[in-house]
Design a protein around this ligand. Structure first.
Ligand code: PEP
Length: 257
């Protein structure tokens, strides 16, 4: 049996906890880390809390991610943040191509791929998000849509030696309380692994493929147990340290069993 990859559990705080409550939440996650030695933990606070949360995580095993980024180094891009700015704030990861960015801010596959290449070049590890809408799933187009999204950024991943993560997040499962069943998730994760493998065996084995979409304490174990599910990108449940810790503990238990 292929050994499991080290799990990665990342919390996407979205537009919550951008000030002192974010620092408190980061402190609580830092306190959980010593009991979670076999899981990589990442938190993604809003931009306004990144530096303070990174300061709080300093010296711990908790890493910090931006939730978005502009691909350019600097310039007249009002409201945007560059890869270097995320690094300066203490980030080591960045979530890119989240479906909320694609849906509400019109981010195309090509723009997401440009951001992923820029993040890797700057020294950040991307969590590249992909996933189909409910209409696309119902039309039987899940794998075609996800393949199109992955193929757009595959050359950037293949050209870099920096390991990245991909998050499969069915859009219909984000923040809705619905989630793909373990078999549905595994089918898409295995397909993503195969596309990576066609580019390089190393890429396929080094890239962690996370599941995201209403991951909670009560469904985490089943979702994380699938062979190609290497962790979770958690939205709502990451806003509570106990829930986030419970999901990470489920990943830890599977990786040590
Ligand atoms: C997300 O925002 O990436 C996410 C998966 O959200 P939720 O867990 O709330 O569905």
């Amino acid at each position: 049996m292929t050994p499991r990859r080290r799990p990665l559990v990342a919390g996407n705080w979205k537009m919550h906890h951008g000030g002192s409550t974010g620092v408190e939440l980061a402190t609580e996650v830092v306190r959980l880390a010593p009991s979670l030695l076999h899981v990589d933990l990442v938190i993604a606070p809003p931009f306004t809390a990144l530096a303070a949360c990174a300061h709080e995580c300093d010296g711990s095993r908790v890493e910090v991610a931006g939730q978005n980024m502009h691909p350019k180094d600097s310039g007249a891009f009002t409201g945007e943040v560059s890869p270097r700015m995320l690094l300066d704030a203490g980030c080591t990861w960045v979530i890119l191509g989240h479906s909320e960015r694609r849906q509400h801010f019109g981010e195309s596959d090509a723009f997401v791929a440009e951001k992923i290449a820029a993040a890797l070049a700057a020294g950040l590890r991307p969590i590249a998000c992909v996933g189909e809408t409910l209409a696309e799933r119902e039309a039987g187009r899940t794998l075609a849509v996800v393949e199109r999204q992955v193929r757009a950024f595959l050359p950037a991943l293949a050209a870099s030696s920096r390991p990245a993560a991909i998050a499969y997040e069915p859009v219909w499962a984000i923040g809705t309380g619905k989630n793909a069943g373990p078999a549905e998730a595994q089918e898409v994760h295995a397909a993503i692994r195969a596309w990576l493998q066609a580019a390089s065996m190393e890429l396929a084995s080094d890239t962690r493929i996370l599941y995201g979409g209403s991951v909670k304490l009560d469904n985490a174990r089943d979702l994380l147990a699938s062979p190609d599910v290497d962790g979770a990108l958690v939205g709502g449940a990451s806003l509570d340290a106990a829930s986030f810790g419970g999901i990470a503990r489920a990943a830890e238990a599977l990786s040590t069993s």
